[in-house]
Write a new protein. Structure first.
Length: 350
C-alpha cells in the first residue's frame, strides 16, 4: 500500500519535463553541414593553388656528386734484411769460362722486335712479366738437357703463328710462342717472375732493353757480340758489360782471347773467428751460409743477378745445410746437438 503513492508521485514529477522538451532544431544541422562544405572547398582550392605554384617554381639545381677519393697507393713491400750483426753473404768470385763467339755475323740477332705481350696461362689468368732491367738467370733451364732436347723436338710441330703453347716438362713450366715473323719465343719462370727468350741458331737469346741489344747465353753468362764489330766480346756481369778481350783469330781457327777477370770482392772483416761455411743448391737458385760464434744458418736467393737477397734465418747451432734436387723444395739443416730442422724453398719451417 505504501508503494502505490510513491509511484504516483514519481510519475507526476517526470511528466512536466517530457511534455515541455524542445523539438529538434533541423535548421541548425543544415547550417553545420554548409559550414563543413565551405571548409572542404577552401581546403581543395588551397591544395590546387599550392600544386600550381609548385609547377611554376623553377627546379632546384642538384648538387654535383662528390668525387670519390683516389685510393691510397699500397706501400711497396720492403725487402727482407738479415738480423743486425749478420755479415753480408760471401759471394764466390766469378770465374769467366772460355767464350764461344758467333762465327757467322748473320747468326747474330740484331732486330729491335721486343718480346710479345704477356700471355694468359692455361686458367686464363694474366702472366706477370719479369722485370727487364736485370738479366734473368737462365742456368735453371740450360742445366736441364732433357727438357731442352724436348723443346727442340716440339719446335718443328708448333708452327701456328700467333699461338701460345703451354707445356710442363721435367719440372719446368714454359710457354712457346711463334710470332708473325717466324721467330720462336720461349717464356720461362724464374721463381715468381716470367721472362721471354728467343731460340736462334741453336742459342738462347735475351733482349736487354736498357742496353738495347741482344745477348746470348753460354756457360752461365749472357754474352754480347757487337754486330758492327764482332771481334769484340763482352760479358754481362752485375748489370754491366765487361770486355772479355779482343779475339785474335776471328775468321777461322780457335779464338784466342785474354779474359779480363774482375777482382774478387774484398773479404769483410768478421767479428767472429769462426770460418764461414757456404752451401749452394744444384740449380744455383739458393745459397746458405753458416756464420758467427752461434753458427747461425741464413738463406739467400741467388737466382737474381748480383748480390744474393736475404730470405730467412734458418737456425742457430747449425753444422751443415743440404738442399733437395732442383727445383729446391726442401732445405735440411743439421745441428751440432744431433737434431735437425726442415724448411721449404723460401725458408719457412715445415
Amino acid at each position: 500500500m505504501r508503494t502505490l503513492p510513491l509511484a504516483l508521485l514519481a510519475a507526476l514529477t517526470l511528466w512536466p519535463a517530457r511534455s515541455f522538451a524542445q523539438p529538434r532544431d533541423e535548421r541548425r544541422d543544415e547550417r553545420r553541414e554548409e559550414q563543413e562544405e565551405r571548409r572542404e572547398e577552401k581546403r581543395a582550392r588551397r591544395a590546387q593553388q599550392q600544386q600550381q605554384e609548385r609547377r611554376q617554381r623553377p627546379p632546384k639545381a642538384r648538387p654535383a656528386p662528390k668525387a670519390k677519393a683516389a685510393p691510397k697507393p699500397k706501400p711497396k713491400p720492403q725487402p727482407r734484411r738479415p738480423p743486425a750483426g749478420v755479415p753480408a753473404p760471401v759471394v764466390r768470385p766469378p770465374v769467366v769460362p772460355a767464350p764461344q763467339p758467333v762465327r757467322d755475323v748473320r747468326h747474330i740477332l740484331r732486330d729491335r722486335r721486343g718480346p710479345p705481350a704477356p700471355p694468359l696461362d692455361e686458367a686464363g689468368r694474366p702472366v706477370t712479366p719479369a722485370p727487364t732491367t736485370a738479366a734473368p738467370n737462365h742456368a735453371l733451364i740450360e742445366a736441364r738437357r732433357p727438357v731442352v732436347r724436348v723443346i727442340q723436338e716440339r719446335e718443328r710441330d708448333e708452327h701456328v703463328r700467333g699461338r701460345y703453347y703451354w707445356h710442363h716438362e721435367g719440372g719446368v713450366r714454359y710457354c712457346h710462342y711463334f710470332d708473325a715473323w717466324g721467330a720462336h719465343w720461349y717464356g720461362f719462370y724464374a721463381g715468381p717472375r716470367f721472362y721471354w727468350t728467343r731460340r736462334w741458331y741453336n742459342r738462347w737469346w735475351w733482349y736487354d732493353p736498357v742496353g738495347a741489344r741482344w745477348v746470348y747465353w753460354h756457360s752461365g753468362y749472357w754474352w754480347w757480340q757487337d754486330p758492327l764489330a764482332p771481334g769484340a766480346l763482352y760479358v754481362y756481369m752485375d748489370g754491366n758489360y765487361v770486355p772479355y778481350g779482343s779475339l785474335v783469330s776471328y775468321a777461322g781457327g780457335p779464338a784466342a782471347s785474354v779474359p779480363l777477370t774482375p777482382n774478387p770482392p774484398p773479404q769483410q772483416v768478421q767479428a767472429s773467428t769462426a770460418p764461414v761455411q757456404l752451401y749452394y743448391s744444384d740449380d744455383g737458385s739458393r745459397m746458405a751460409q753458416i756464420v758467427g760464434d752461434d753458427r747461425g744458418a741464413y738463406l739467400y736467393d741467388s737466382s737474381v743477378s748480383g748480390t744474393p737477397s736475404f730470405l730467412a734465418e734458418l737456425s742457430t747451432g747449425a753444422s751443415s745445410v743440404r738442399f733437395s734436387s732442383s727445383p729446391v723444395s726442401q732445405i735440411l739443416v743439421q745441428r751440432l746437438d744431433g737434431t735437425w730442422a726442415l724448411f721449404d724453398g723460401d725458408g719457412k719451417p715445415q
